[in-house]
Design a protein. Sequence first.
Length: 292
Amino acid sequence: MSWLHYPVAIVGTISVIVLALIAHFVARSYINRHTRDPKEHYRKRQFFNTLLTLAAIVTLAILWARPMRHGGTFLGLIGAGIAVALRDPLLSVAGRIAIFAGHMYTVGDRIQLKDMSGDVIDVGFFYTRMMEIGNWIGGDQVSGRIVQIPNSQVFGTAIFNYTQNFNYIWDEVMLPITFSSNLEEASKILTSVGGQYTKEFLKGAQEQMERMRQYFLVPEFELKPNIYVVVTSNWLQLTMRYVVEPKQRRSASSFIYTEVFKRVQEREDIQIASETMDLTIQQKNTQQKKIA
């Protein structure tokens, strides 16, 4: 191989590329066979690809360091300049590693990062892409816009994950009734409708809560619908707290309100309260005397 200027570096580079490709296909085959959950499959595949890419880059740098030792000072200065210029992209790559290694979030999760919320659809080398929720759309529903967030944003920032470990959140619906209404029957209606909505997934939510307690110090939470009463200056406010899937929050409250109002209208002893104003008008009769 006398015709090659740097035989070790060149042959080593080819070997690294071939080995990286083989490792990629072997790992993908292994993950496909042993990982059934789509979210975990995506996380493992992307995490391994990131580590494999970084390992190949480091190995190539080591291979070419010796042939380039004569220009070491010059290359060192260039490398330092590149590191400064590419600070944000390098931080984003480090953020990608932290996201997968730290189980911060993965595709399908609903998260809030700073003032941006959405459903994660991709975690790239430099950016996390998510389908935006909220903004001009109410009820935590998607707006249709795709938001790109640099992965470096995960450092030093609180990340709110709606669906990791426990796929439910607590939500509330409020029912104002007049002081003369039947409080007990109104509470029964709310509890019945809430129980009707949550009965299909309540067992699954309880199982998820028990699994989460195996890894975290989570206190006891009541998952069944609960009613709380507050006396205001205008009415009795009944608030029902219940668990719901984050992406079903708006449809859940719509179903509950529809059923509750339907049942309330069938009763004469329950009236929905609203803000009213009593206006009293007093008319004063005055007599005018004529002065002769």
